[in-house]
Design a protein around this ligand. Structure first.
Ligand code: ZN
Length: 147
């Protein structure tokens, strides 16, 4: 697989003009994530009504993959329930790490990130937003992708 296949148009667009790239004064949940392998940093904000995520945004600085992943994820989260997103974390993680599992179709546009599995050092760039999401819904506040 060529590196250019990883940097698909959708990823480049979301890196150039990230969606939901702002902070949120009235966030119900938030968390900070850090990926020391690449230096990606991000803060994630969620507004919830009951169990439903009604708005999501992020700030921070990172590489193209981490920014595109956060942009796509925050678009995707709106309207989802917290129970649902915990499940989606597993689906997303499988998609970027496992060859033997086809991407779950419910991931929609997020499947453009499936290519990172060919680049193990970039997997944590793609999953940083998701680790931060789980930290936010678990009220942990901070998370680093090294375990
Ligand atoms: Zn990165």
């Amino acid at each position: 697989m060529e590196l250019r296949d990883l940097y698909q148009e959708v990823i480049l667009d979301h890196n150039r003009q990230p969606h939901n790239n702002h902070d949120m004064d009235d966030a119900s949940l938030s968390a900070d994530g850090y990926n020391p392998l690449c230096g990606d940093k991000l803060s994630l904000y969620l507004k919830t009504e009951g169990d439903k995520i009604v708005d999501a945004s992020f700030t921070g600085c990172g590489c193209a993959i981490s920014t595109a992943s956060a942009s796509l994820m925050t678009d995707y989260l709106k309207g989802k329930s917290i129970a649902e997103v915990r499940h989606l974390f597993d689906d997303f993680h499988d998609m970027v790490t496992r060859e033997d599992v086809p991407p779950n179709k419910s991931l929609e546009k997020l499947v453009v990130l499936a290519g990172v599995k060919a680049y193990p050092s970039r997997v944590k760039c793609a999953t940083l937003a998701w680790h931060t999401l789980i930290a936010a819904v678990d009220n942990q506040g901070k998370v680093a992708t090294t375990e």
